[in-house]
Design a protein around this ligand. Structure first.
Ligand SMILES: C[S@@+](CC[C@H](N)C(=O)[O-])C[C@H]1O[C@@H](n2cnc3c(N)ncnc32)[C@H](O)[C@@H]1O
Length: 266
């Protein structure tokens, strides 16, 4: 079982960085756009559609831009992130999108029974039991309903784990679910149309600047206690340099799983 930080810790992290989240969320934005593109032409039947763990709405906005008739309910445990999007809409004299403050560790709300589309990006891995929650999402879909999902998985951050092991300090990265476990569980419930493992690399001048970027997104919560200053220095000293990047360039690799599947008729 993967241990996760408490909801208070997760919510507090995102709340503190609410105004700067989107500025730093380049990877989240591009993944949201890619997932939304796959949702563009799905044959959706009647039923609720939602963005689970919607945050400031990067995914639901990307879907609305590519498929304007589709209005997704935004669900998130963090009211500050949800209201960010509502405030932006009001500033443009537009109707704020429908949203619901909801803890996804409790399953889905009754409003989403027989859902036609459940979409989620960069959120499932924050839940206590990601595989079980994903299976619950599949069960709540209507026949011919769709799950569109993207999240970082356990193959992420090999450089961080290597540096921590060599430095003899804890790797404080959020524990991430195995892509193979998610795919195997999704196959029990859905006809999978896509199960892509994508790799993204970020570059920086130091290992610690990756971790600062995550903290600046509000995504720094971890079930492990924080490192002490001496441990941070050892971690940095052991972060592998990337040949070819020059100037002591450092790399952080993300492994993302993108899943698209349809619930078969009974
Ligand atoms: C990295 S943000 C991603 C937001 C958005 N989907 C995106 O792609 O930009 C993770 C989101 O998951 C939400 N979240 C984490 N744990 C949650 C929970 N238990 N219930 C509902 N939302 C949760 C956070 O509040 C945050 O908005």
């Amino acid at each position: 079982m993967i241990s996760s930080p408490s909801l208070e810790l997760v919510r507090g992290g995102f709340e503190r960085r609410v105004s700067s989240y989107e500025q730093g969320a380049a990877l989240q934005r591009s993944v949201a756009w890619r997932l939304a593109h796959h949702c563009c032409s799905l044959p959706l039947l009647e039923g609720p559609c939602a963005d689970l763990g919607s945050g400031t709405g990067l995914l639901s906005r990307a879907i609305a831009q590519q498929r304007p008739e589709l209005d997704l309910l935004r669900l998130d445990a963090c009211p500050a992130l949800l209201s960010q999007e509502g405030a932006a809409a009001l500033a443009m004299a537009a109707t704020p999108p429908a949203s619901l403050i909801w803890d996804l560790n409790q399953g889905l709300p009754p409003e989403l029974q027989q859902a036609s589309l459940l979409a989620s990006s960069f959120a499932l891995h924050w839940l206590n039991h990601p595989v079980e929650q994903m299976e619950h999402w599949c069960q709540e879909l209507r026949p011919d309903g769709w799950l569109a999902l993207a999240l970082p998985t356990a193959g992420s951050f090999p450089q961080w784990r290597q540096a921590a092991a060599r430095a003899g300090v804890a790797c404080t990265a959020l524990p991430l679910p195995e892509a193979s476990a998610l795919v195997a569980a999704a196959e029990q419930h859905l006809d999978l149309h896509r199960a892509e493992r994508l790799r993204f690399s970020q570059h920086a001048e130091s290992g610690l600047s990756f971790l600062r970027r995550m903290r600046d997104l509000g995504a720094g919560a971890s079930p492990s206690p924080p490192l002490r200053p001496g441990e941070w220095r050892r971690l940095e000293a052991h972060w592998p340099s990337q040949p070819g990047l020059g100037g002591g360039g450092k790399l952080l690799r993300w492994e993302m799983l993108l899943l698209l599947g349809r619930k078969p008729p009974p």
